[in-house]
Design a protein around this ligand. Structure first.
Ligand code: 2HG
Ligand code: ZN
Length: 470
């Protein structure tokens, strides 16, 4: 049972006594700021924010929280879009922001061990200063933290080539809900000693424990790349392009967006459209080691042009042009935020995408006809971010109702297609009622069992990921 006011005050006092009063923030501004993420519609209401400086301090905080049954919400950069870091019921927010140091570097293995609060862009910069590369990247990398990336198994724009965050992590230190410190896999390449708990904590959204340190395998610096933007008359053409490129070049990223996405981004950022208006655009980043790579891309483009699958294309001639093309894609999410969109982050296998899109489009039209939809995402990974925009005049609860009808219909379709209700953003609070469309009842009950093992008193990020029982 959650503690009452006296219990909460006693728990906070015990934390202050153990670690010094400055470990806690309790001013209204901090409570409001640390109690939410980038998803909308929450009323932040944590009891306090703890900002530990080491794994040992995290352990002390979790042990005290457990003694008083105080719920703990682990908190990184709070750039999530699913409410996974929201504290709205008197929980203690546990922010990792002070734990942002590089702990060790191993040049012979090209790996680093860092604290969980390191900002993702700082990890990328640290890697490139050594001539190495950390491939996980997305628009919020300037404020998201590596611990949060791991807890949500973040994806982003280069998954098609390098995989999700999970693929880069060779070791983790976590404090689980029992208050135990677990050192998982310790950076080993080979470790065949039974189930690998590291992978249980990656993507666990803080419901099993708090990630405090990570060992990250970095890659050699990538070869030169080129960026090309295509305009297309129909969605099917994008998939044809993807198939052709997959067979003949090394793709770093393959993204798409609909015309209304580009229109809105240009209206916000200014600047001219890179191509004449078309229903869809595809953005390709490919490795270009030699001229032959570029010639193959141009050959595929010309064939697609002749077949009528593509209208036009522009190949960036410089790094700044390449960045400008990427900015069109990466600015979409932030550009749409004033419309308070209903977000879908869904995936199906690329081979089933065309049939899925046809059916999904019809279902959404039926439930949300008249509402503006924006289609974009990481098509090379089978990942679509369908955003439905709220018209200013439409009452928020009516909007939610209509979107929920579309949401259930699309989730049902995803189940039929063996797809996922969350490709890369996670489940959090927003998608937990949809989990059953992607994970079976047997899986969900096993997940509850895991939670009971690592967090027997249910203090770690309660209410997130798992749907309420019954
Ligand atoms: C992206 O790919 C992000 O731009 C955000 O994952 C997607 O806001 C969204 O729906
Ligand atoms: Zn995305």
């Amino acid at each position: 049972m959650a503690p009452d006011r006296t219990g909460i005050a006693a728990a906070l006092e015990a934390i202050g006594d153990a670690l010094g009063a400055d470990i806690l923030l309790q001013d209204p501004d901090s409570l409001a700021r640390y109690g939410v993420d980038r998803s909308s519609g929450w009323q932040a209401s944590p009891c306090a924010v703890a900002r530990p400086r080491s794994t040992a301090e995290v352990q002390t905080i979790v042990a005290i929280a457990r003694r008083y049954r105080l719920a703990v919400v682990p908190s990184g950069g709070r750039t999530g879009l699913c409410g996974g870091a929201v504290a709205q019921s008197g929980e203690l927010v546990l922010s990792l922001e002070r734990m942002n140091r590089l702990l060790s570097m191993d040049a012979s293995e090209r790996s680093v061990t860092v604290e969980a609060g390191m900002i993702t862009a700082n990890l990328q910069a640290l890697a490139s200063a050594q001539g190495w590369f950390y491939p996980v990247d997305f628009a919020s990398s300037g404020s998201s933290q590596i611990g949060g990336n791991i807890a949500t198994n973040a994806g982003g724009i280069r998954v098609i080539r390098y995989g999700m965050t999970r693929s880069q992590i060779t070791g983790l230190v976590v404090v689980d809900g029992r208050g135990e410190v677990l050192e998982l896999n310790r950076g080993l390449k080979k470790n065949n000693t039974g189930p690998d708990f590291r992978h249980l904590f990656i993507g666990s959204e803080g419901v099993l424990g708090v990630i405090t340190e990570a060992t990250v395998q970095l890659l050699p610096a990538p070869a030169a790349s080129r960026v090309m933007l295509f305009s297309l008359p129909a969605f099917g053409g994008i998939l044809k392009l993807l198939r052709a490129f997959s067979d003949s070049i090394e793709i770093n990223a393959f993204e798409f967006f609909s015309h209304n996405a580009l229109e809105k981004v240009l209206a916000r950022l200014g600047g001219a459209a890179p191509l004449a208006a078309a229903p869809f655009y595809a953005l390709l980043e490919f490795e270009s080691r030699q001229e032959a790579d570029e010639s193959r891309v141009l050959e595929i483009f010309e064939k697609a042009l002749a077949a009528g699958d593509v209208y036009d294309a522009v190949l960036a001639g410089s790094d700044s042009q390449a960045r400008a093309l990427w900015r069109l894609r990466e600015s979409i999410s932030e550009t749409l935020s004033p419309w308070k969109p209903w977000k879908n982050d869904i995936s199906v296998r690329v081979s089933r995408m065309e049939a899925f899109i046809e059916k999904a489009g019809a279902l959404i039209d039926e439930a949300c006809g008249g509402l503006e939809t924006v289609w974009y995402g990481h098509l090379g990974d089978g990942n679509i971010h369908l955003n439905i925009l709220k018209p200013e005049e439409l009452d928020p609860s009516l909007f939610k109702e209509r979107c929920a009808v579309a949401g259930s219909a699309v989730a049902g379709l995803l189940q039929e297609f063996g797809g996922s209700v969350s490709a890369e953003h996670g489940i959090g609070l927003i998608k937990r009622d949809y989990l059953r469309y992607t994970r079976s009842a047997a899986e969900i009950s096993a997940l509850r069992g895991l939670k009971a093992v690592f967090d027997p008193d249910g203090i770690m990020n309660p209410g997130k990921l798992l749907p309420p029982e019954g």
